[in-house]
Ligand binder design. Sequence first.
Ligand code: DX5
Ligand code: ZN
Length: 233
Amino acid sequence: MPLSRAPRIAPSLLAADFARLGDEVTRVIDAGADWIHLDIMDNHYVPNLTMGPMICEALRPHTTAPIDVHLMVEPVDALVPQFAKAGANIMTFHPEASRHVDRTLSLIRDNGCLAGLVFNPATPLEWLDHVMDKIDVILIMSVNPGFGGQAFIPHSLVKLQQARQRIDAWRQQGGQPIALEIDGGVKVNNIAQIAAAGADTFVAGSAIFGQPDYQQVIDAMRAELARGPSIST
Ligand code: DX5
Ligand code: ZN
């Protein structure tokens, strides 16, 4: 699956109504979302427990939009083929949670998905140094993982700029496209600033599902994004 055109809005189902997840997927895609972001938490890597491959599989028939699986689990590898089989299109994981980061990236691609690394607020971008050719998505956490509804950590903007520089330099050398995704505390009132720092893919949970009219929020986000310089990859 090639990356779709940026900017991309990826609503996090963590803030959706868990009693009617299929409807929530349909509603948010009809409202203009690009990807569905699934937060997978294992009560081990993060102190919370959410969903497994069975829920991904149950949601798959509800949309043709890419399903973006954010693995907050440790260990990682056993779940990769399971989520691929369940219909995931993109899989990202935290490098601290895998013993063999290069191997896990290859495993995700070998299972037919786009692969990415997730960077917690204190995790350095140096994890990218030797694996750029195996990366399709860089996900910058702008909160500590585990819960929705937290406040955006301002230093994430600096980190986004640094990740953007790495991607642009890589592209100039002839490297493959890499999405730059931000996750945590993304709202209508800060999305333009986040885009200006280099993000092209925006996860938003409570900002979207916390409002009755999803389209109104997504339209407002897109209007904010249209105000600033756009990223084309
Ligand atoms: C946190 C998750 C996020 C979270 C975002 O661990 O990775 O995807 O659901 O939620 P909001 O947008 O409410 O900060
Ligand atoms: Zn997430």
